[in-house]
Design a protein around this ligand. Structure first.
Ligand SMILES: [Mn+2]
Length: 247
């Protein structure tokens, strides 16, 4: 039986990550959180950007996923952009990437090479979205709609990274996103992040657990199969306009 504690968008909030894992009963040994019972961690992506300790989050998630096989990681849109930056592609160093790049540039050459290689490996081995527990549980950064489950084409990639975007922009230039979860009718439980909400949003067997840790909200985990939500408060300044409310 798969027992997993899935954590929302961390965005470099390493202290909150430590506190949340302690609340979940993990013990930090050799610099990583491990559970004495048969539990592993899951990550909905967006490990980095805007927060104070993005590279530390990469190091720990790499160790758990790649070195120890003790976690499942699916990438977010910020992960995708950092991956392209590390490949040497031309990307705009904005929307929080500038904080991760500043951390990276402060390292010596060997440490830069190490974290870059680790993140590239972590990203390249990651599934676009994770289908676990006999198809009963799906982890996808921005969610997924029923007809895309099992598929991996371009539209699926766009959906799981950016959500159900229309291509239009709000007056504040943020992208218009459709409320796919409201219409979801599939049997699988879908756990995702991407859109910060003040409280975890549960609807139609979907769980948005991005409670905006980096915007001063909280960092949240969903325990599976218990479907219990556990949050720790953020140490970051609260920016209320970053949180979406659904009607
Ligand atoms: Mn995010």
């Amino acid at each position: 039986m798969m027992k997993i504690d899935i954590i929302g968008d961390i965005h470099g909030c390493f202290q909150e990550f430590i506190e949340l894992t302690l609340r979940l009963g993990y013990r930090w040994e050799d610099g990583i959180p491990l559970h004495r019972e048969n539990r592993i961690l899951g990550f909905v992506g967006d490990l980095t950007d805007r927060g104070p300790n993005s590279l530390k989050v990469i190091e720990v998630v790499w160790e758990l996923v790649i070195a120890r096989n003790q976690a499942i990681y699916t990438p977010g849109n910020h992960c995708n952009k950092l991956y392209r930056y590390f490949l040497g592609n031309k990307v705009q160093v904005t929307h929080g990437l500038e904080t991760t790049v500043a951390e990276y540039e402060s390292l010596n050459k060997a440490d830069r090479q190490s974290v870059r290689q680790k993140f590239i490996k972590l990203y390249e081995q990651a599934p676009l979205y994770a289908v676990i527990d006999d198809n009963k549980l799906i982890i996808a950064h921005a969610g997924i709609k029923q007809e895309f489950i099992g598929k991996h084409h371009h539209k699926v990639k766009e959906f799981v990274l950016y959500g159900d975007i229309t291509g239009e922009k709000h007056p504040d230039r943020t992208p218009v996103r459709r409320d796919w979860a409201k219409h979801y009718q599939g049997p699988a439980c879908i756990v995702y992040g991407h859109t910060p909400v003040k409280e975890p949003r549960m609807i139609n067997n979907t769980y948005n657990i991005d409670t905006g840790a980096v915007f001063g909200g909280k960092l949240t985990a969903l325990r599976y199969p218990e479907k219990e939500l556990i949050s720790v408060p953020s140490t970051m300044p609260y920016i209320s306009e970053k949180f979406k409310s659904f009607t």
